[in-house]
Structures are given as structure tokens and as C-alpha cells.
Ligand binder design. Structure first.
Ligand SMILES: [Zn+2]
Length: 396
């Protein structure tokens, strides 16, 4: 039976120790892994460090640091737990896991950079407990969500489930644009609203529901029609820095083209959803990374072939499914996890109960995002949605 001292000397002989003086110039290049307990971490940590207490290491490290060839500097308070942790990581197949000699305490004593990390309150730790258990989210991801801003276009069928799930997930700022009032005929699918809100502005009703669900969420409402005159200001958001993600639940072609062109200008990814009778579609338009809406649908179909859901009807549950998928995609984009639906169109058929995905490619000749596209000009579109924005039509 080995003593603790012997185990430590075995671990130390199996892993390389590095000095703070060598690590500091490489901050931002190396992956720092803090294996101390939450209360130690909250007192101060090296900026940018991944925090994963030693007890969770084996179970969660592969989710948190997927690249096994990364240069990982593990640290604890004094360099003991980190030696064991680096040894474990080496056993797990990490090629270059090293331990910081003297740990965080020496790092701090030597006057190297550190900061007090943002931390979740005890209430938040409880509320988001199931997120904290998922290594791809964790406390760090939850803080990211709380600092994120998502704009919802519409508080209707798609916007309702998206808003509810994004709010429940703790997305800190949710913007909602809608110029309608709640009508009894909305309640078959628009689950943000209720009987007692009939006649109320939809944005006000949406705000009440969200605030009641999660007081962490700051709701910004726009009780206006989204148009060429206001879209760029609205896309800049309340802080002027722009929304992180836009969730598009609009149901008409002119607005979708307008949203597309403005999102390209502002370089904000759009999670697009649409519904029709028993069928729904979701995709992600990530400006200049994947295709845009004009790559997918260069021109709108003739009006008689494109009835809106007001004319054609829609199964009430359908937007619940499509809007929820939009919320999933928004959260993935915010956290930078998984494979977003960029360049892929997900089609759902409720009668068949089937999901299919189709590849969607960027059109090199797209008049909006193509290589030779003229600068985008935001204009109001008519029902043909001709891209005046790109090649202004001559006025007669
Ligand atoms: Zn395009």
C-alpha cells in the first residue's frame, strides 16, 4: 500500500511541472484548467481558466476540453491536486497536460494576473442545477447565457415556445418585437398569452409571462412593425452592441428578406423557422459562414402558392416543436457547442412524424452574400421582395 506522499511523488515524476514565469506569456494560447473547489475558485482565478473541481475531472474533462492534443496547464492552490489531476489526464489520453508549480497561491504571490470570476448566486445555482450537471454548459456556460442577448421576431406561434425556453434557460436579455394585440384565435398555439390578456399588446403579455417565469431575464420590448426605417437600430439592441442571436418567427416574405439583409450587415446569426399546416422547417443563417435566406430562396413564390398560416391553417402543436428547436439552436450558438443547423435545413412532418435534413449551400452568386454582391442597402420591399436593396429599381 502506498502512502499519500509516495502517490504524490509518483504523480509528480509522471507529469511535467511548469513555472508561472513560463506560463504567463502564453496566456490565451494554453488551456488553463483550475481543479480547485467552487469556493476557492470564486475567491480568484487565472483569467480564462476552465473550472472543473478535481472530483468531477474524470467524468467531465472530455466534455470541457475535447482536444486531447491541447497544451493544458492544470493548477490548484499549491500544486498537489493539480499533479494528480495532470497524471489522470495523461492516463485519459491527454498528450500534453502539465501541472503549475506552486499553484494559484504562488501565481498570485508572484504578482501575475488573476481576477475574481463572475459567480452564480446560490438561487441561480439551484435554478440552473440541471444545466450545471451538463459539462457542455456548466457554471461557465450558464454565466454566458445570463450575459447573452437574443432578439425574437414575433411573440406568436414560434416566438412563444422559443421565448419560454430561452427565458427558462436563463438567457439574460430577451428582446421581443411584435405590433399585434392578443386575440382569442391566437391561443390555439401562442402559449405566451392567455384568456385574461385578450386585447393586451402582445409584447406586454409576453413580458409578463417571461418575468413571472424567470426574474433573471431582462425583457426589452418593441411594439412596432419591423421595417426598413427601424430594423438596423433594433438589431443594434439596447446597448448598441447588437444582439448575439436573432430568432426569426416572422411569417411573410418581405420581412424575411429584410431580416436577412440587415442580419448580414450586422453579422448576427439568425435562427429561422417556418410552419405550414403540419410541416415545419428550421435552419441557421450564419452571415458569411453559411448560406443566407436569399441563397436558399432567391425570390418569393407567387402569392397564390404561398398562403400564410392565417389562410392555410396550422396544427397548434407544430409551432411548439419548431419554436423549441429554434431555442435549442439559439442556445448552441450562444454556447458554441454542437453542430448548429448552419448549411442544413431541418424539415419536420407532423403527420409522418419524421425529421429530415437537407444540405443548403451558399450561392457564390447570391445578390446579398455572394462574392460579387454589391453593398447591401436596407429598403422596404414590396410583395415581390425584389432585391432593390442590392440593385435599386429605377423609379418611373
Ligand atoms: Zn446569400
Amino acid at each position: 500500500m502506498a502512502t499519500a506522499k509516495e502517490l504524490l511523488s509518483q504523480a509528480k515524476s509522471a507529469v511535467r511541472e511548469v513555472q508561472g514565469v513560463d506560463v504567463e506569456p502564453r496566456l490565451g494560447e494554453v488551456v488553463l484548467l483550475d481543479v480547485r473547489e467552487a469556493d476557492e475558485y470564486e475567491q480568484g482565478a487565472i483569467p480564462g481558466a476552465v473550472h472543473l473541481p478535481r472530483g468531477f475531472l474524470e467524468f467531465q474533462v472530455e466534455g470541457r476540453i475535447p482536444d486531447k492534443s491541447a497544451h493544458v496547464v492544470v493548477y490548484c492552490a499549491a500544486g498537489v491536486r493539480s499533479a494528480f489531476a495532470a497524471k489522470t489526464m495523461t492516463d485519459l489520453g491527454y498528450e500534453d497536460a502539465v501541472s503549475l508549480a506552486g499553484g494559484f497561491n504562488r501565481w498570485k504571490d508572484e504578482g501575475r494576473p488573476w481576477k475574481t470570476p463572475q459567480a452564480l448566486t446560490p438561487d441561480q445555482r439551484n435554478r440552473y442545477q440541471r444545466h450545471l450537471l451538463v459539462s457542455e454548459v456548466g457554471a461557465e456556460g450558464q454565466l454566458k447565457l445570463l450575459g447573452s442577448k437574443v432578439l425574437l421576431l414575433g411573440a406568436g406561434g414560434l416566438g412563444s415556445p422559443a421565448a419560454l425556453y430561452l427565458a427558462a434557460a436563463g438567457v439574460g436579455t430577451i428582446g421581443i418585437i411584435d405590433m399585434d394585440v392578443v386575440d382569442a384565435s391566437n391561443l390555439q398555439r401562442q402559449i405566451l398569452h392567455s384568456m385574461d390578456r385578450i386585447g393586451e399588446r402582445k409584447v406586454d403579455s409576453a413580458k409578463k409571462t417571461i418575468v413571472a417565469l424567470n426574474p433573471d431575464v431582462d425583457v426589452v420590448t418593441y411594439d412596432v412593425r419591423l421595417g426598413a426605417d427601424n430594423i438596423l437600430d433594433i438589431f443594434d439592441g439596447p446597448s448598441g452592441e447588437g444582439w448575439d442571436v436573432i430568432v426569426d418567427g416572422t411569417d411573410n416574405f418581405p420581412t424575411r428578406y429584410l431580416v436577412n439583409d440587415a442580419s448580414l450587415l450586422k453579422r448576427i446569426p439568425v435562427v429561422h423557422g417556418s410552419i405550414f399546416r403540419f410541416e415545419g422547417q428550421v435552419t441557421v443563417f450564419d452571415p458569411y459562414v453559411g448560406p443566407c435566406y436569399r441563397c436558399l430562396i432567391p425570390e418569393p413564390p407567387p402569392a397564390e402558392l404561398a398562403p400564410s398560416c392565417a389562410e392555410a391553417g396550422v396544427l397548434g402543436v407544430l409551432p411548439g416543436i419548431v419554436g423549441s428547436i429554434q431555442a435549442v439552436e439559439a442556445i448552441k450558438l450562444l454556447l458554441g457547442i454542437g453542430d448548429p443547423l448552419t448549411g442544413r435545413l431541418l424539415a419536420y412532418d407532423a403527420l409522418e412524424e419524421s425529421f429530415r435534413t437537407f444540405k443548403v449551400r451558399r450561392d457564390p452568386h447570391c445578390p446579398a452574400c455572394g462574392e460579387d454582391a454589391a453593398p447591401i442597402v436596407i429598403r422596404e420591399y414590396d410583395e415581390l421582395c425584389l432585391p432593390h436593396a442590392i440593385a435599386p429599381a429605377k423609379q418611373s
